[in-house]
Design a protein around this ligand. Sequence first.
Ligand code: HEC
Length: 243
Amino acid sequence: MNRAEKEAYLREYEVLKKKGKPFFPYAVAKDSAMALIVVLVIVLMSLILGTEQGPKADPTTTTFVPRPDWYFFFLFELLRIIKPYQLVPIATIGVPTICMVLLISLPFFDRGPERRPERRPVASSAGCLTIIAMAFLTYVGASAGPPTEIDLATKPELEAGKNVVLSSGCLGCHVIGDNGNHGPGPELTEIGVRRSAAAIERSLRVGPDLMPSYSNLDADQFDDLVAYVSSLRGEDEEATNGE
Ligand code: HEC
């Protein structure tokens, strides 16, 4: 923006400022009235509709699978697509911090008086791209690989064991394929390559370290579980049915 434009802008600003009303009390009064209405509506809704309370918190559960609320799905997805462990702090702390710093410093590096979106192509496209990227990550995070499913293909005779895994909360502590949580337990995608069925059976009976023992399952379920876990050999062609 050149000098002449800047002066024209400042003149126009002066004129508008003279015509306008002061922020206090006019705008403050309007804002307060709206804030009051919002609070009243919330109070009324909680009196009339009440809140829906989930099941009672159970600190001893081993089947709880932590999932973020929907508005954090974009961060959750960002974490899921970042595979190397060393990059995780960059994704969780670095990227959001850089974005916040950029946003806070925006008024210092973007001093243009222009307000119309179509005359601010850089700011408009950056804003739109951010919204599109977050919407996309939210969608993918919400729809892909829930920890209550295992996307690796399974031979029909092993389905029973897979269901035991799903209902026993293993994915709360282990990753299998794209599903589950990285830790505290090791990834199980290829556990069948690294450990014998006997060693896996022992782990499941003993429940090493933080892991609970699963010897309280019925014998059939326990055998199905061992059979399934020891069949895990990663995503080779044979196991994925050409996915
Ligand atoms: C509370 C978290 C937790 C749950 C739930 C859990 N595990 Fe674990 N699991 C662990 C941890 C931690 C280890 C590592 C223990 C160690 O290294 O001493 C482990 C180890 C294992 C191992 C041995 C891995 C190896 O490399 O030898 C197997 C197999 C295993 N878990 C399978 C399962 C299965 C199957 C389930 C569900 C039936 C399950 N785990 C549920 C935390 C858990």
